[in-house]
Each structure stands twice: as C-alpha cells, then as structure tokens.
Design a binder for this molecule. Sequence first.
Ligand SMILES: [Zn+2]
Length: 446
Amino acid sequence: MRTFSRVLAALVLPAALLAQQAPPPVTAIKAGTLIDGTGGAPVKNAVILIQGDRITAVGANVAIPRGATVIDLSGETVLPGFIDAHVHLVGRTIGDGDWQHSGLVESPAELALLGAAHAQQTLEAGFTTVRVVGTPHFGDLALRNAINFGWLPGPRIVGAGISFGIRGGHCDETDGLWPGALGEEHGIEAGVANGEDEVRNAVRYMVKYGADVIKICATGGVLSPTDSVGVQQYTEDEMRVIVQTAAMLDRRVAAHAHGTAGIKAAVRAGVTSIEHGSLLDSEAVALMKEHSTYLVPTLLAGFTVESLANSKGLPPVIAAKALQVASRARQSFKMAVAGGVKIALGTDAGVMRHGTNGREFELMVRYGGMAPMQAIVAGTLSGATLLGRDHDVGTVAVGKLADLVAVKGDPLQDIAVLQRVDFVMKGGAVFKRDGQVVGRSAGGIP
Ligand SMILES: [Zn+2]
C-alpha cells in the first residue's frame, strides 16, 4: 500500500507542478455582436476570453493575449447557450413509430439510447442546458450522468426522474390500460402517488435516485387518454406536502397544470413553475405574480398537437382535447406576458421533434407580443434562474461556464435566425462550427 502511494506521488507531483507553471490556454472569441442574456443592449465587436471551461473576460475593450486561440465570429451574433426548461429526451417522439406503446414494447435501455441521440440533436440546436421533466425508469438521470462523465455529447441536464400524480391522472403511466394487462395496479415506479403519505414518500424516492427537481401533475393533460384536460388532480394539501418535502431536501417543484383551479392550487401550494398554464384567468395571473411563480408555456407543444389534431394525426379523444385548449393557451400566454409573470422558455420537446426547440422563440414573439429580446432572456437567464443554475449558466459573464452559441444575422430583427445555430460551445469545448458538428475537441466531449 505504501509503495503504491509513493508511486502515485511520483506520478502526480510533476503533473501538479506543471499545472502551476502553465495556466490553461486561452481561447478568444471575436463576436460581431454580443447579446449577453441579461436583456441589456447588444455590444458590437466584443471579445470573450475563455480559460478551461469558464469565461475569464468579456467586453468591447478586452485585449486578446498573445498565443490565444482565436475563434473569429465577427460576422455573427453570439449569445449564451440556450436553455429549454421543459423537455422529455428519453423515449419516442409523438408520431415516431408505435410511439403510444413504446413504453410497453421497448426496453428502458433502448429508450435511454434513443435519448442519447435526442440529447445530441438538442445540443446541435444550441440548447446547452435542459430540464427534463418526467422520464420512466430514471433514463434522464442516466443520460445526465453519461453526459457529465463525458461518455456522450449532450446538454447539461437537470432531471426530475419519474413525474408523478394521482391514480388515473396525467402522470399515471398505465392510465387507460385494461387493468388485467399489467397484472396489478402500479405505484410510484409508474408515476402514481396518492394522499399525503404517498406523495411525501414519492418526493424522497425521486431524490434517493438522483432527481434534481420534482415534477408533478396538478391537473389533467392532453395526451393522457382518460382524464379531462381542465380538471384538478392533486389537492392543494397534497401539493403543499410535496413542496414542503422537496424544499426540505433542497429541491424545487414543477407542476404540469392546464386547468385554472389546479393552477391556482399549485401556485398557492408554492410550486416553482407552472408547466403549460393553458387556462389562466386574471386571478391566476395575479397569484403567479404575487408568488413569483414561473410560467413555462410550451407553445411549440401546443402548436404541434394542434397541427397533428387538424391533420388527423392523433387518436380522436386526444385530438379533441388538443383543440379544446389550443387557442385558450395562446391567450393565457399573452395574459401572463402582459401581467408581468416570470416566463422561462420550454418546449415539451418529445411532443415535437428534438432539435427544433429554437422555434419556441419565434412563437413567443408571434403569439405573445414579447419583444425578441424578452424571448431571448426567457430562453437564457430566466431559464437558468428557474433551474437554480444562474451562477453557472444563462448569461455571458466573467466566472460563468463558457456555454455559447452564434447565429448569422440579427435575432432582434428576425427571431427565426435562432433556429439556425451556426456555432455551439459547451464548457469551453467547441461542439459545432460553421453549421457542422465537430464533436470531440481539445476540451473533450461537450
Ligand atoms: Zn411535458
């Protein structure tokens, strides 16, 4: 053992000394225009210096040190890596093969591997951080770890593990199946927790297996076969227990909620974000403002299911629910923007194709009367704050991780340019350049 330590010391010491003598090499990015994610005015001809995985200097008057590796993006607009606060990376996308039965006929391993492909598509689109809000079998947490270990390229993941709700509710994985099909009623592993004791236990179970955030179903949903979309599912008391238990374990709660009563109950119970928020009224908007609750509007999901419903691409029961909420959801989003509710960008990717997440920016401007800069902040700083990661990501600032994207053109003139990301850097490592994935780079796998 002692010999081993000495050998180890001999190996480690010179490397440590070397590291002291040579600071990490500097990368300098020349940005034609910098939009830093704070909502502040764009900066022309900015320079961003990066050492290791962090930003060490940024501004218009930053000198490029001799010997720095220069990345010339002087013809482009540079922004912080985008953040999508509502995705489902693991599993089939709607319309992909036998998507409705995928969870019954494909193994958790198969679905997680599909998730790895989706993760790469998401990173290619410039989304360097995502919150995954509901995955069977904890596939999102396996994917998060694999990406963090450097096994696979992908965005930083804040994962919820299994989302849960009442028996027969939107989060119940076996909702709509003939009871005999699975032999027994399932519990938390299928997303079911009823009553205060079970929901307390469910939060602890998720945290035990590594969940970063807790995701619950406060109301009915569109894609679940048996529930009405507008109904409240968890009681306010159940949600209060969920929020308190999560807070005790240093976790936040995201609540899927379409219906008005369920939204209000979830907000009063103290959830951090309302996902979808399709049927808001003025009281709900006022409550969200009062409690500083975020809205994650998932406009792209609404757009996608409405289009699928109109083109007969969904089962009739689900299509009817999609059409029932579509136009109300757009109105609700507009009311929330006008009412000053905090908004973070989220798409519900998995409903629509992964890698098309950037379209949400365009819909936020088109539907909500959001200015392009407001939409950009929703998809950068606001997302980071909602996720509790604003010390690391969300803006281009000294000390933050070097997660950067670049686009050709001016997103303040044409927000759609954010759908064509030309350059992606994650943690100082270039993943995409000139519109092409370059994969492994000097900094390792992003
Ligand atoms: Zn979702």
